[in-house]
Write a protein that binds this ligand. Structure first.
Ligand code: CA
Length: 228
């Protein structure tokens, strides 16, 4: 569930925003002071921040500056006036977008979706969007770090098998049996050969990373996320 924090002191506006966000399946939390917003953000993870510029205890711009010290969360400002200066200040200090009051909650939700998409966090958190690989089954294509790989049939089948169960170690025998149509006709070595060419194709995309792991005497596995 995408979690959105709203920092806004006018409860009438908050009610509308919360309702519109929940209707679209977002989880919405609300606080009325800049200080409370900073407090909550420091303790919990949120996917996006909707930040009023005119708060009772400090300006939304100040809140934004403080948030940017520890977080790159997307921020949409709510400004009271349709002033160019607010917009520019907001974006210069690290905001991602702004909406001027009065606005329709639907318009705001549309902006929220655009920003989330831009920051690649739309959809469920569990989606493998931050993963290294993306498989387009009906085109028999695999993307590695957003780049389409030119794979042979067996390379494709091998890679797809690995990705289907990240971290799982497959022995050469298992791979043979599950992928090759006539395993008996192939030599065990050929798995290693395909893995080798697969690795070199992945290395062309990113030479600093080798997602295919060799487990000596056991087989191979794959890492599908960045290792930090
Ligand atoms: Ca306000």
């Amino acid at each position: 569930m995408i979690k959105i924090l709203i920092v806004e002191d006018e409860s009438g506006i908050v009610d509308n925003i919360v309702y519109a966000l929940k209707t679209e399946g977002f989880e919405a939390h609300w606080v009325g002071l800049g200080a409370s917003g900073l407090d909550v953000l420091a303790k919990q993870d949120f996917d996006l921040l909707i930040l009023d510029v005119g708060l009772p205890d400090m300006s939304g711009f100040e809140v934004c500056k403080k948030v940017r010290i520890f977080s790159d969360i997307p921020i949409i400002f709510l400004t009271a006036r349709n002033e160019e200066v607010d917009r520019i200040v907001g974006l210069e200090i690290g905001g991602d977008d702004y909406v001027s009051k009065p606005f329709s909650p639907r318009e705001l939700v549309a902006r929220v979706k655009v920003i989330l998409k831009r920051t690649k966090k739309s959809g469920s958190r569990d989606e493998k969007e931050d993963g290294l690989f993306k498989i387009i089954e009906d085109k028999a294509k695999i993307y590695y770090l957003e780049q389409a790989l030119e794979l042979t049939r067996y390379e494709y089948l091998l890679l797809r098998k690995f990705i289907s169960q990240p971290e799982r170690v497959y022995s050469r025998d298992q791979l043979m049996e599950e992928i090759w149509s006539s395993p008996a006709a192939s030599l065990d070595r050929s798995i290693d050969t395909h893995i080798k060419s697969l690795r070199s194709k992945l290395r062309v995309v990113d030479s600093s990373n080798d997602p295919i792991k060799t487990h000596r005497g056991l087989g191979y596995s794959i890492v599908v996320r960045h290792e930090y």
